[in-house]
Design a protein around this ligand. Structure first.
Ligand code: P6P
Length: 337
């Protein structure tokens, strides 16, 4: 049977279900091609002269890797001429990037973390690209990058699509347009993303948790209690032994959860409290929360559903607890206790 490529999948979803307007289909294909180009650049590693520091800092004050800058440029250049976007926002840029006047403007906004987990690049551990698509509000003020920020400040429930690419032993594209989650594997010979999994479901229970344990002394009491109970194992109140994983690439940790369940936590802790959290709402927490919920999981800050947060800034940070529904519900309930 002929392989169901990303284009065929999007066409069939569009034709059979009317779920994906033609311009959104084209936008997703452009983002996928950009991820393919990023995958190729990453794959060259030291041979491509793309490892190491770029010698600059991003808006977060984080030292940029060469691949952070390159990935951001690939996504900007791939998307600005397509005619589907009004503006783009990236972890690597302080302000939105407006579509240049020489190109037609479209009705969508794109946010992305071009290369998440970049501290893992130089040690050859999986990294990824995270993206989110919003409709540009009618009458949005796009007269300047500063003015355009307001158009992006929509809750995660307003997303029309979200996805990530994970650059690991294989390059995968994980996508949802609001009709469940599907996985495509990059066929490098064909240069195509090919559908390899439909209807991704996150098991409601799990025995695997992901958290950076070195922050333990900074956590709030509900998270302290929850991790204490999990590490107490079968003799403890949760009555089962848990395993722990922490890749320190959100895309890799979330993909493991999409594949076999688990709970991922980057909670509010004393170290990041002043910033509101570690992970960014618009291009990390919201797209991942959208995907996780579409796969039957849950995603909260510990105190509220991530997708319902009313953003107050393009680079707003939030606590993130997501994954297997029964575990997320448990630790969220501890916050309310
Ligand atoms: P820590 C990567 O820098 C990132 O933004 C996420 O991908 C990852 O989950 C987290 O930060 C890792 O943070 O504090 O463990 O290095």
């Amino acid at each position: 049977m002929a392989q169901r490529t990303l284009s065929r999948y999007l066409t069939e979803e569009h034709r059979n279900k009317g779920l994906i307007p033609a311009n959104l289909k084209s936008l997703i294909e452009v983002v996928a091609r950009a991820c393919q180009a990023i995958s190729i650049a990453i794959g060259k590693g030291g041979l491509g002269g793309v490892l190491g520091e770029a010698g600059s800092d991003n808006v977060q004050g984080e030292a940029q890797k060469k691949l952070d800058v390159l990935s951001n440029e690939i996504l900007l250049e791939a998307n600005e001429w397509g005619g589907h976007l009004a503006a783009m926002a990236s972890e690597e840029m302080d302000l939105p990037h407006l579509v240049p006047h020489r190109f037609p403007k479209g009705e969508y906004l794109l946010t992305f973390d071009p290369l998440d987990g970049s501290s893992n690049i130089d040690v050859n551990v999986s990294i990824g690209t995270i993206f989110s698509v919003l409709k540009c509000p009618e009458g949005a003020d796009l007269s300047s990058p500063e003015a355009a920020q307001a158009a992006f400040l929509q809750p995660g429930t307003a997303q029309v699509a979200a996805g990530y690419a994970v650059y690991g032993p294989t390059t995968l594209l994980v996508l949802s347009v609001g009709d469940g989650v599907v996985v495509f594997t990059l066929d490098r010979e064909q240069g195509q993303f090919v559908l390899t999994q439909e209807k991704v479901r996150i098991p409601e229970d799990t025995k695997e948790f992901a958290i950076n344990m070195s922050n333990r002394r900074f956590w709030e009491a509900p998270v302290q209690r929850y991790v204490e109970e999990m590490t107490a194992g079968r003799e403890g109140p949760l009555g089962k032994d848990y395993n722990m994983r922490w890749v320190a690439s959100m895309v890799a940790d979330v993909h493991r959860i999409m594949t076999r369940g688990g709970i991922f936590m980057y909670p509010l802790d004393e170290k990041v409290r002043s910033k509101g959290g570690k992970l960014r709402l618009m291009y990390e927490a919201n797209p991942m929360a959208f995907l996780v919920e579409q796969a039957g999981g849950a995603a909260t800050t510990g105190r509220q559903r991530i997708l319902e947060i009313a953003p107050d800034g393009l680079h707003q940070r939030v606590p993130v607890i997501l994954g297997s529904k029964n575990e997320v519900d448990r630790v969220t309930a501890y916050h309310a206790a």
